[in-house]
Design a protein around this ligand. Structure first.
Ligand SMILES: [Zn+2]
Length: 64
């Protein structure tokens, strides 16, 4: 009897799930812990976070 390979078991665990991209609000099939529909959206979210961080830092500096 042949056992399923570790790769096949891992693939079964990584079944795509319907998710909504937080950047473009598009529904997509996400695999594993993926939260963005594409690398473009992931980059966009990253840059938005950086921007917010800089703005927050400026506000904090102005308050002082
Ligand atoms: Zn997206």
């Amino acid at each position: 009897m042949k056992q399923p390979s570790a790769g096949a078991q891992l693939a079964a665990m990584r079944k795509p799930k319907a998710k909504v991209c937080p950047v473009c609000q598009i529904e997509f099939l996400g695999i594993g812990r993926r939260i963005y529909c594409s690398s473009a959206c992931r980059n966009k979210a990253y840059h938005l976070r950086q921007k917010e961080f800089i703005i927050a830092g400026k506000v904090a500096l102005q308050k002082d």
